[in-house]
Design a protein around this ligand. Structure first.
Ligand SMILES: [Zn+2]
Length: 267
């Protein structure tokens, strides 16, 4: 905890002593809510989703579905803040789900995943992919059921320091993600397709250095022209260099309509 964060508490103690009052330990404990992490949206940078809280919903959850024309099912689910991720499964309810422990009593829940993207117990960074959106468990369609809990109690959800509303149906409130945007190390994109090879260079004969099992949140550091690839009905000779996989993938598999990606420098 920084000195700045302690200052309000220090000032309170000084004021109490000046006025001759003292706070009992019980009062101090009741007022001591650890500062929440700066939570971000649980889906990739730039995507616009709508959310709602239905009448039978548990705690203070919000359900999210895409509202930007993209398919909800299979979209990467991202950690809204850094922490330790644990996998769970509940056939009658949450389905495949992940809980991230952020420390200080704060946890976030991500329900109904189609698949997990990290091992149980993994430390994940903010914006790291933890799973893909699905409809496992008690769910009528693909969505992300998302919660923020403090000491086991559901809290009203706050994203980027702003409390979200709780509409009773979709398409009344929207949230565009800035999770994984900008910063150093490239531009955020999402891949599509399954079994996509990442190669050491922008050539089909280059060795495979990684394979993306399904839609994956990636950081593109630069792009260049290489071998022409024909796949899935598309033809493209542009390739993206991926930061975390340290290799090249055909731009066909980057989920963007342009052959050459906007805002990405040449390698
Ligand atoms: Zn829900």
């Amino acid at each position: 905890m920084s000195l700045l964060r302690r200052l309000p508490a220090l000032i309170a103690v000084v004021l109490l002593s000046l006025t001759g009052l003292s706070a009992s330990p019980a009062q101090a404990a009741a007022g001591a809510v650890a500062a929440a992490p700066n939570f971000k949206a649980p889906y990739p940078c730039g995507q616009r989703w709508t959310y709602s809280h239905h009448s039978a919903e548990v705690r203070r959850a919000l359900d999210f579905v895409r509202a930007d024309g993209g398919a909800t099912a299979g979209t990467p689910v991202l950690a809204s803040a850094a922490g330790t991720a644990t996998r769970y499964y509940q056939a009658s309810g949450a389905g495949n789900y992940i809980v991230i422990d952020h420390g200080g009593g704060w946890r976030t829940y991500y329900f109904h995943l189609a698949a997990y993207s990290v091992p149980s117990g993994a430390y994940v960074g903010q914006g790291q992919q933890i799973g893909t959106t699905g409809s496992t468990g008690n769910s009528s369609g693909a969505h992300i059921h998302y919660e923020q809990l403090y000491n086991g109690t559901g809290q009203n959800i706050v994203i980027n320091g702003v409390g979200l509303s709780y509409p009773g149906s979709y398409n009344q409130a929207y949230l565009t993600s800035d999770n994984g945007c900008g910063g150093s190390g490239g531009a955020a994109f999402t891949t599509w397709g399954s079994g996509v090879n990442v190669r050491a260079d922008a050539r089909l004969s280059a060795p495979v250095v990684a394979t993306l099992g399904g839609p994956t949140a990636v950081w593109v550091v630069c792009q260049k022209q290489g071998d022409t690839v024909n796949a899935e009905g598309y033809t493209n000779n542009w390739w993206s260099k991926l930061r975390d996989q340290n290799g090249f993938v055909s731009n066909i598999y980057i989920d963007h309509p342009s052959a050459q990606l906007p805002g990405v420098p040449l390698c």
